[in-house]
Design a protein around this ligand. Structure first.
Ligand code: NAI
Ligand code: 15L
Length: 272
């Protein structure tokens, strides 16, 4: 049974990563959720439209993030390094960046965050495993570790300061699956948008971990412990299974064995 939803739109909602692939989708999809949408990224964004504010900001800059968060009621945090990269890059954008964001939320009275975590927090689980929100975390690289840190960070800020967070362990959010693995991990843009909207609207969010996937036949993840969100995916990868021959990993390879796919063998990026 999912909790009631609040009727009033937020006054000001901050969306980080607004220049990114998912940020550009949510820039449109979140318009009904707030009177003003504050859009931020380290990269240039399209000019502000009606009821929008555009702020270029490096998440690694604590003072800039503090100014960015001031005046916001909630945050959808999509910004940061979004693939497996050297630790130093991940440290600045994702680990320091999420710390700066939560410190800003604490200082400025933000009460809710929707945090873009990732399936790579559990990427070294076997593709035969079916996972729920309480499974052991098995990060599959520095990127997955940074998202695992974000999940712990947000839990701490909930337990200590009551700031609610939904951690979205997003699978593969693209217009359509790009390989066999994505028949299990795919999430449509419409389902992603609906999930973020639910996380903003429910009255009781607490600290929730939810897997971001459409209603795929070969799903690996169980959202039974996130039922209070009332999120019901409408799309499914089944529509793509029989079409073009989607590439797959070599049987028996680590990429085929583990849920993280190609991430499990990237790195270690040794610098001379
Ligand atoms: P993306 O790479 O297109 O967008 C990320 C944005 O963050 C970029 O526009 C980039 O400029 C910005 N950014 C990077 N470093 C920054 C910094 N130091 N300060 C401020 N902004 C910075 O990634 P995408 O695909 O849009 O993903 C959005 C979020 O969702 C990311 O956090 C990613 O880790 C997460 N995610 C995405 C999945 C997907 O299938 N697209 C799956 C799982 C998680
Ligand atoms: C992620 O976390 C990445 O941000 C995205 O680009 C995809 O690689 C996705 O995981 C995936 O596992 O397909």
């Amino acid at each position: 049974m999912h909790s009631k939803t609040r009727q009033e739109p937020l006054r000001r909602l901050l969306l980080t990563g607004a220049a990114g692939a998912l940020g550009r989708v949510l820039r449109e999809g979140l318009k009904p959720c707030a009177q003003v949408l504050r859009l931020s990224d380290i990269a240039a964004m399209a000019p502000a439209g009606a009821a929008e504010e555009v702020v270029v900001c490096d998440l690694a800059d604590k003072q800039a993030v503090d100014r960015l968060v001031a005046g916001c009621d909630a945050i959808v945090h999509m910004g940061g390094v979004s693939v497996e990269r050297p630790f130093e890059e991940v440290l600045e954008a994702n680990i320091r960046g999420s710390f700066h964001l939560y410190e800003g939320a604490r200082r400025h009275g933000v009460r809710r965050v929707v945090f873009a975590s990732s399936n790579h927090v559990v990427g070294f689980h076997d593709t035969c495993d079916r996972l729920d929100a309480d499974c052991a975390r098995r990060p599959d690289g520095y990127y997955g570790l940074s998202k695992s840190f974000g999940e712990d960070l947000s839990r701490f800020y909930f337990d200590r300061y009551g700031i609610e967070t939904a951690c979205l362990r997003i699978g593969s959010a693209y217009p359509q699956p790009q390989d066999q693995r994505m028949l299990s991990t795919w999430m449509s843009y419409a389902d992603l948008t609906a999930l973020v909207q639910r996380c903003l609207a429910v009255e009781q969010l607490g600290h929730t971990i939810v897997y971001g996937a459409s209603a795929n036949p070969s799903a690996w993840w169980d959202n039974g412990k996130a039922e209070h969100l009332g999120f019901v995916p409408r799309d499914s990868s089944a529509q793509f299974a029989a079409t073009a021959a989607l590439p797959g990993f070599a049987p028996g390879s680590p990429e085929a064995r583990y849920q993280g796919g190609s991430f499990v063998t990237r790195g270690p990026f040794e610098t001379p």
